[in-house]
Design a protein around this ligand. Structure first.
Ligand code: FAD
Ligand code: PYC
Length: 431
């Protein structure tokens, strides 16, 4: 991480390096025995001020900022599986803020700024790496769209450049820059401050920090019903009994439609499978993120050496965390055309998540017609990068019972007023 961005002095860095060296050595010598729990395993109380449904990154971040920024500590995060085991564990870790419209650009940039100080704030190494993100253009129209988006980004103070084919080749020497391929690379947008982070670490960092502030993290407990009396939420039903709450905040990604139905609400959301793969580890060959909307494929290389590859969504709706082979075949065909050298790399694992997509490819954050019931969902294929910003603005929204200014454009109301925030272009690689 760039030292200037962390605000830590040289001597501070040296101290941290010494500390982490001795910390690593101590843990290595302990053979993973007698490690302390990173968070408590609390007994569920009969009631809380706020219940957060969903222990993914967004739910945990919301809990942390509720406790830290608003002093709301009588909070439970209720998770049906294990913390961070949903899309948070399944995503391909790309972080960027190069969205087209002002409302989205401001929200994602706010989140990126939080990322830049988050390892320090949470005292947890998120392996945040600002290695830069390329979005390739393969047609004249795509290049025009890229120019428009980069110009809009710069007007919003967000870093971005339009690169030529030659400049892309200089950044990514392995890329196929032949004009004769099916989707020739005509150029790209480049966001240098974009990059990757460790997805699990984000969940664990927020979980530990929220727990430290007194939040109860309740795992293996599914919310099966919402208690509503006279239009006001009063709690939830769970597989381990009812819990009373003054406010309920649903942050359940692909399962948001199911939760909304428990309150008699219908969200404009479709749940789709989204798949990704990792290869065997290979030597370092790719030091930035490469995404292509047109071919529905993207790739980066993890610190361990795996190629991390993602596909477009499967077009059918579903709640199974798996997709179909033709989507993966299409994605790998495109990757091999762009990177012929990778045709000999073997794939290790393939998995799917359930992504919650809105008609305008933007999230829903805010209040509902039920008093005390809030929803944060619809992040679709692109919510990992938004986790810090989403948690921050949603906590503010829940604490104050009205939308945070950055969240206001993302209310459910927009589907009545027509003030949609069409981000298909920026979200495009996977939608
Ligand atoms: P989740 O992590 O899914 O958390 C929701 C939690 O709610 C789950 O743990 C679930 O078990 C729980 N839950 C659901 N129903 C209930 C219930 N009834 N009771 C209790 N708990 C419940 N985004 C990016 O920005 N960059 C990327 O590179 C990227 N790549 C992706 C690649 C793939 C393959 C996938 C699937 C997604 C990708 N995303 C990416 C999107 C990103 O992963 C999600 O938008 C983000 O992780 C959503 O976080 P969350 O906390 O809202 O959801
Ligand atoms: O939103 O940047 C993104 C993304 C990349 C892959 C999936 N989503």
């Amino acid at each position: 991480m760039a030292r200037a961005a962390t605000g830590i002095s040289n001597s501070g860095h040296q101290r941290m390096q010494r500390y982490s060296f001795f910390g690593l050595a101590r843990h290595a010598a302990s053979f993973h025995e007698h490690w302390q729990r990173a968070w408590r395993n609390p007994v569920m109380k009969p009631g809380y001020d706020v219940i957060i449904v969903g222990g993914g990154g967004h739910g945990l971040a919301t809990a942390y900022y509720l406790a830290k920024n608003h002093g709301v500590r009588n909070v439970a995060v209720v998770e049906k599986g294990y913390l961070g085991g949903g899309n948070t564990a399944r995503n391909t870790t790309i972080v960027r803020s190069n969205y087209l419209w002002d409302a989205a650009a401001h929200l994602y940039e706010f989140s990126l700024k939080l990322w830049e100080g988050l390892s320090q704030e949470l005292n947890f190494n998120l392996m945040f790496s600002q290695r830069g993100v390329l979005n390739l253009g393969h047609s004249l129209q795509e290049m025009r769209d890229i120019e428009r988006r980069v110009t809009a980004n710069r007007l919003n103070g967000i870093d971005g450049e339009v690169l030529t084919t030659r400049e892309v080749k200089a950044l990514v020497p392995l890329i196929n820059d032949s004009p004769a391929i099916r989707y020739p690379v005509l150029g790209a947008s480049w966001q240098p401050r974009g990059g990757t982070a460790r997805h699990d670490a984000l969940a664990w960092g927020y979980a530990r920090a929220a727990d430290n502030l007194g939040v109860d993290l309740i795992q293996q407990t599914e919310v099966t019903g919402l208690r509503i009396e006279g239009g006001v939420v009063t709690g939830v039903e769970t597989t381990r009994g009812p819990i009373h709450a003054r406010k309920v905040a649903c942050v359940a990604a692909g399962n948001s439609g199911v939760l909304a139905a428990m309150a008699g609400l219908r969200l404009p959301i479709e749940s789709h499978p989204l798949q990704a793969l990792v290869s065997e580890p290979i030597k370092p060959v790719l030091d930035c993120v490469v995404m292509s909307n047109a071919v529905h494929a993207y790739i980066s290389q993890s610190d361990k050496g795996d190629l991390v590859i993602g596909a477009g969504i499967d077009s059918y709706n579903g709640y199974g965390q798996r997709g179909s082979l033709p989507v993966v075949e299409h994605c790998l065909g495109a990757i091999v055309e762009l990177f012929p050298a990778f045709s000999r790399v073997r794939m290790n694992r393939n998995w799917g998540g359930i992504v919650d997509t809105c008609p305008d490819a933007s999230p829903i954050i805010g209040t509902t017609p039920v008093e005390g019931l809030f929803f944060n969902c619809g992040w679709g294929t692109g919510g990992f990068k938004a986790t810090p910003g989403s948690g921050y603005v949603f906590a503010d929204t829940v604490a104050n019972g009205r939308p945070h200014p950055l969240a206001a454009p993302f209310s459910l109301e927009r589907f009545h007023t027509g003030a949609l925030i069409d981000e298909h272009g920026a979200a495009g690689v996977a939608h």
